[in-house]
Design a protein around this ligand. Structure first.
Ligand SMILES: Cc1ncc(COP(=O)(O)O)c(C=O)c1O
Length: 217
């Protein structure tokens, strides 16, 4: 069981290798595409599509709450699995169904994902521009290769101070501390969307350049 795109570091699981292992050992592979739906893949189906492993993945889950801008989530799998979940998943049976307005919003968003692929191309280009700019300034962006770009600072106090300073510039970049990340790996979590402009990215880079001069702690 794995995320396809990891939520804090913005890096990818080795899906092809995992699918091969699952096949070799007759195991099922479940992938959470929460951060990849609508962003990766030719049709926006996620990293499983992008890396050509859809057939080797038995269960795919995702959320409607990120790129799709609604709420709720989905499980995709075999008819037998879905039938079993519909009948046995307590959280499904005993919770009120999501309001239809949310379902309608998600359906509309799927139309946008399918009809407007240039949005994900542009988002990924902007993220690459942001990563390059950060790296030029000497920040550690880890293994990020997506629209989630960490600035790994390590120290919790420094991370929260930076986050607050960015907020003073009108930039919402949450500081992430344990247990969301391992101790010593505190980070600023930059999450770009299609709606961010090149100017927004530059504003963030300028604000971070000022922070670079701040003494630690
Ligand atoms: C990997 C992953 N899966 C699932 C979720 C849950 O999505 P939701 O908030 O829509 O329940 C999140 C995040 O919030 C996530 O990061």
């Amino acid at each position: 069981m794995t995320d396809s795109l990891f939520s804090m570091d913005g890096d990818f699981a080795p899906l092809a290798e995992l699918a091969e292992l699952a096949e070799r050992y007759d195991a099922m592979l479940m992938v959470d595409e929460a951060h990849a739906t609508g962003v990766f893949g030719r049709l926006g189906r996620g990293v499983c599509e992008e890396s050509g492993v859809e057939r080797g993945v038995h269960i795919r889950v995702g959320t409607l709450s990120k790129a799709l801008g609604s709420m709720g989530g989905f499980v995709a799998g075999s008819a037998a699995l879905i039938d079993w979940l519909v009948n046995r998943a307590r959280s499904y049976i005993f919770s009120t169904a999501p309001p239809e307005a949310l379902a309608a919003a998600a359906l509309k968003a799927l139309d946008v994902v399918l009809g407007d692929p240039h949005r994900r191309t542009l988002l990924r280009q902007r993220a690459a521009m942001l990563r390059a700019g950060l790296q030029r300034q000497g920040w550690n962006t880890g293994r990020s290769n997506s629209q989630i770009v960490p600035v790994i600072l390590g120290d919790p106090q420094r991370t929260m101070d930076f986050s607050r300073a960015l907020q003073d510039h009108g930039l919402f970049v949450p500081g992430i501390r344990p247990p969301a990340v391992p101790p010593g790996e505190c980070l600023l979590r930059i999450s770009l969307s299609y709606l961010h402009s090149d100017e927004d990215v530059q504003r963030l880079l300028d604000a971070l350049a000022q922070q670079a001069d701040r003494p630690p702690g």
